[in-house]
Design a protein around this ligand. Structure first.
Ligand code: FMN
Length: 357
């Protein structure tokens, strides 16, 4: 479908209309067009990382450095990009990372993303401007996970987790890489705050601050509070992957918060192999951070990720053209992954192996 549209746009010279740009261009064009709509403080808030952006850049550089080893003369006439994530089949191994956006970046971010016209998993941020119940009510068929933290008042953690479970969220995504906010100097310089995204916390007051005394014992405790799977987000070492699994984690999302927390943290693609080696036989491992093309998805899968999550590209799609933009971003990644799989001799996701890197 996308391919037909692209061909039609080229041949009918529609290439430079806004719709045509989004359907036919690379993700970079959507990024550029989205950023042109934002002023400097918003661009910085969305795009930049902590301190000197070392980890932000490292995420991209790690993907750029890695090459793909293609295998030819394989029957790739029928391809299947579907994959199972915690038992749920999705169209392709491409999911949506949680993000708390400022109203000025996009006025309807949560609900537009939740429309999910692509058919994947959306991780909803606890830092949204729409309650988790309202998102669930608006899009009951959306396959959603709820991102949360361990809070100073553990009852807040428990209550949020139970609210998510009661509202039909299929997993909890516990972010562990933010005992304190990373130093994002650009936001300070720009006098930028994101105070409008605490609606989920309204019932709780001061106890809903992220805890800086959380330990793996809290993970084991949280696991015991709910019946839905618990995924740990923000793991960057084999040691923590082991502790997470031993504390009851059902899956791990290798993440450095898109370079927004610890500057000098490893690129996620660099961290992935040691984590897969440590726990990959016991649980699913996912990755986010710097995924910008189907080739990037392929590389992460070849290194053992079950699926990837994308953050900023979805935000760019939103800023560009709302839910249509989100769909387009995911469709572009899908089309590129399908193309790469075809050229490398991989008709299924399972046929992508370490020998391809
Ligand atoms: C604007 C923005 C807001 C974010 N908010 C959250 C959040 O509320 N919770 C969280 O766990 N991660 C948050 N993240 C991190 C993302 O979930 C994800 O780890 C990161 O964006 C992935 O990297 P990528 O943007 O390069 O794809 C945020 C990222 C961005 C860009």
């Amino acid at each position: 479908m996308l391919r037909h549209l692209m061909t039609a746009m080229f041949t009918t010279k529609l290439l430079f209309t806004p719709t045509a740009i989004i359907m036919s261009a690379l993700l970079r064009d959507i990024e550029t067009a989205a950023n042109e709509k934002l002023d400097q403080p918003l661009r910085d808030y969305l795009n930049r990382g902590a301190m000197d952006d070392l980890t932000l850049r490292a995420n991209r550089e790690a993907f750029s450095r890695l090459r793909i080893r293609p295998r030819y003369m394989v029957d790739v006439s029928h391809r299947d990009l579907t994959v199972q994530v915690l038992g749920h089949t999705i169209r392709a191994p491409i999911c949506v990372s949680p993000f708390g956006l400022n109203t000025a970046v996009h006025s309807n971010a949560e609900l537009d993303t939740a429309k999910d016209q692509f058919g994947t998993i959306m991780a909803v941020s606890s830092g949204s401007r729409v309650t988790l119940e309202d998102i669930a009510g608006a899009e009951p068929s959306l396959h959603k996970w709820m991102q949360l933290f361990i809070y100073r008042d553990r009852e807040v953690t428990r209550d949020l987790a139970l609210r998510a479970q009661a509202s039909g969220y299929k997993a909890l995504l516990l972010t562990v890489d933010m005992p304190v906010l990373g130093l994002r100097y650009h936001n300070q310089k720009n006098n930028f705050t994101n105070a409008d995204n605490r609606v989920n916390y309204e019932p709780y007051g001061a106890g809903a601050r992220v805890a800086d005394n959380a330990t793996w014992a809290d993970v084991a405790w949280l696991k015991a509070q709910v019946d839905i799977p618990l995924v740990i987000k923000g793991i960057l070492t084999a040691e923590d992957a082991r502790l997470a699994v031993d504390s009851g984690a059902d899956a791990i999302l290798v993440s450095n918060h898109g370079g927004r927390q610890l500057d000098s943290a490893p690129a996620t693609l660099e961290a992935l192999p040691e984590i897969v080696a440590e726990v990959g036989r016991e649980c699913e491992v996912y990755l986010d951070g710097g995924v910008r093309s189907g080739a990037d998805v392929f590389k992460a899968l070849a290194l053992g990720a079950r699926a990837v999550f994308v953050g900023r590209p979805v935000c760019w799609g939103l800023v560009h053209s709302g839910s249509e933009g989100v769909k387009s971003v995911l469709e572009i990644l899908y089309t590129e992954l399908d193309n790469i799989m075809t050229i490398t001799g991989c008709p299924t996701v399972a046929s992508i192996t370490p020998s391809h890197n």
